[in-house]
Write a protein that binds this ligand. Structure first.
Ligand code: CO
Length: 629
């Protein structure tokens, strides 16, 4: 007997499902490594399954396709459209950041959205890491101009309490944001819970209140990470959410979306029945199982736990913790993890409580790593400087004035932050992108690939047109893709720490990554700015393998600039022969999606650049030499 059938309320329409298997599923679990050739054989069958939409693109898919898979992301989109004519295709768009990690100029946003729409995208899910709606505006307008569905997002975050409420992320905050997004003309609104922090009762309260506040359809995107997501989705369904995101079982759970199959059975016979065929879903899932041997190379298997209950205490997204671990491992300072996790809530507070999502999760995370390695706010990444200047938008709360002052001291754009829309500071970028990519780029898609990622994008285009060899992936630990949580397989050397964050204690296991006995404290291969150098303990520089020097032998009075972690040379700021002072930036190295400005260790002249922009270098590689005048 199904009592719920007696009085079907107006809001109790069938629940609509967005399938995220081919985007967030493998992005969350398998470092985004699913290839177009893996998707094509099953696409037509997914198309017939009856989904509201299929998320197939955006997020890290564009970056990983060009950077690691060497396949054209535009071709994937066109192929999916051809194979899936009946199901609206959906993408994740990082607002003014598009599918990159910085704000792009408006002309890039316009060109990107127009071309994406013409290649077959139907629903654009647009978010901003700071929930600054000014960063959604241009992309939203471009989507509407292309005649497509614009779904605007509110990133879900928590203040410090671990539940909805507190002085920042309370119900009034979310209702206020939803009101703004509807007024902007959103076709639908998505609650984007990237860290799996939305607790089931809060989901009920939030969705119920939002249904009263706005008229447009509501969609819920959550992650299973903390273990709450299936319960959260059910409570949201009870509260009347219109659409939810799920994955097919093989790519569900852990840090991905909740699984669809149990939800289908749970709602069967109720007014919210999805109408989807369970046996067909299982059959489609069986196909994804066949990708196991390939995807498992990029999947985490170290931990017993499917859920990461630590997220419930420290609110740091699982993917971010694994990023921090690989970053510290590359800097050979894994024993600093507890200090980093301790620093993180404090740094986040000082930076105005940004939600932790790309790119703010990297910005906050990298700064906490710097704070733990070199002392608090001694080394400040260029992204933090940009953030404090206002280039990422307006944080939910004001930035600590002392931190802002330290970050903007000597900042090239000025020490006084901007208050307007960040992208208003940017001049058009497409003319230069067209000019720079001339002779390589053959269409607007190529130009956009270059405009988004000048270094790795150009490398991709040269490989695509057989003008360069495809470089091998340097190491199993890839810097760009967020590795899944359970990367660390504890060994006999693992040590356990009790870490206290905001009065709560939890346990962290730290395991030395690359053999060897006990490690001393900080051991960075890069020269440190004077202040940090003086403060840091004297540490010996022992590298496991000799650093590649491109044949260069250091002469008398010459100082090396070496890579603190594996990365890609973005550019040399100081040309050969230029006079530099100690602390001046000589070379910019991209690692962990962050641009790291590497300073000169001494006053002198830049004698030699050892690499070309675009070169991938291992940790400890000699990048440049500074010598006496
Ligand atoms: Co997600």
């Amino acid at each position: 007997m199904t009592t719920s059938r007696i009085k079907p309320a107006a809001k109790q329409a069938p629940l609509k499902i967005t399938d995220t298997t081919m985007r967030d599923g493998h992005q969350s679990l398998a470092a985004t490594r699913m290839r177009t050739q893996d998707m094509e054989p099953i696409a037509a069958r997914i198309d017939r399954a009856g989904f509201y939409s299929a998320e197939v693109w955006g997020g890290a898919t564009f970056d990983v396709a060009t950077r690691f898979l060497y396949e054209d992301p535009w071709d994937r989109l066109r192929s999916m459209k051809r194979l899936m004519p009946n199901t609206p295709l959906q993408m994740l768009l990082r607002g003014q950041n598009l599918v990159g990690y910085r704000n792009y100029a408006d002309d890039v946003v316009d060109a990107f959205v127009a071309h994406t729409a013409s290649c077959g995208m139907d629903i654009f899910r647009i978010f901003d890491a700071l929930n600054d709606e000014r960063n959604l505006k241009r992309a939203h307008e471009a989507v509407k101009a292309a005649g497509k569905h614009s779904q605007l997002c509110i990133c879900y975050s928590v203040t410090e309490e671990g539940r909805m409420g507190g002085r920042v992320y309370n119900l009034a905050y979310f209702l206020g944001k939803a009101r703004i997004l509807e007024d902007m003309g959103a076709d639908s609104i998505c609650i984007k819970d990237m860290a799996g922090l939305l607790a089931p009762p809060d989901a009920f309260t939030l969705i119920q209140a939002l249904k009263k506040e706005v008229k447009v359809p509501l969609q819920l995107h959550t992650h299973y990470t903390s273990g709450m997501a299936s319960m959260t989705v059910l409570k949201a369904v009870e509260a009347g959410v219109d659409i939810v995101d799920t994955c097919l079982a093989p790519l569900a759970l852990r840090t991905a979306q909740p699984a669809l199959e149990p939800l289908v059975v749970t709602l069967r016979g109720s007014p919210r029945d999805t109408g989807l065929d369970l046996n067909e879903l299982i059959a489609i899932g069986e196909y994804f199982e066949t990708l196991g041997p390939y995807l498992r190379q990029h999947m985490a298997d170290g931990r017993l736990a499917v859920v990461d209950p630590r997220v419930l205490t420290h609110q740091v997204p699982g993917g971010m913790v694994s990023n921090l671990i690989s970053q510290l491992r590359e800097a050979d300072a894994l024993d600093k993890l507890p200090a980093v996790l301790d620093d993180l809530p404090r740094t986040r507070r000082e930076l105005g409580y940004p939600p932790l999502v790309t790119p703010t999760s990297q910005i906050v995370g990298v700064q906490s790593v710097n704070n733990a390695l070199f002392g608090r706010w001694k080394v400040i990444s260029s992204q933090v400087k940009d953030y404090c200047y206002g280039l990422y938008g307006k944080p939910p709360q004001p930035i600590d004035p002392n931190v802002r002052e330290m970050a903007l001291k000597g900042y090239a754009r000025g020490e006084q932050p901007i208050t307007g829309r960040a992208a208003d500071e940017l001049k058009p970028e497409m003319p230069k992108a067209r000019e720079d990519s001339k002779g390589v780029a053959k269409d607007i898609g190529d130009v956009l690939t270059y405009a988004l990622y000048p270094t790795t994008g150009m490398q991709f285009l040269k490989v695509k047109y057989a003008m360069a060899q495809r470089p091998a992936e340097p190491a199993p630990q890839t810097p760009a893709a967020p590795a899944p949580m359970a990367q660390v397989q504890a060994s006999a050397r693992a040590r356990s720490f009790n870490v206290s964050v905001d009065g709560k204690t939890f346990q962290v296991v730290v395991d030395p990554a690359d053999g060897g006995g006990a490690r001393t404290a900080v051991r960075a291969a890069a020269p440190r700015p004077a202040a940090a150098r003086a403060a840091a303990p004297a540490a010996t520089q022992t590298t496991a393998q000799p650093a590649p020097t491109n044949g260069h032998k250091l002469g008398d009075g010459e100082s090396p600039i070496t890579a603190p972690m594996p990365g890609i040379i973005i550019r040399y700021v100081a040309a050969e022969g230029t006079a530099v002072k100690a602390g001046d930036t000589v070379v910019v190295l991209e690692a962990m999606k962050m641009e790291n400005a590497l300073p000169s260790p001494a006053d002198g002249v830049v004698k030699k650049h050892l690499h070309m922009p675009g070169a991938r270098v291992p940790r400890g590689a000699l990048l440049a030499v500074v010598g006496a005048k």
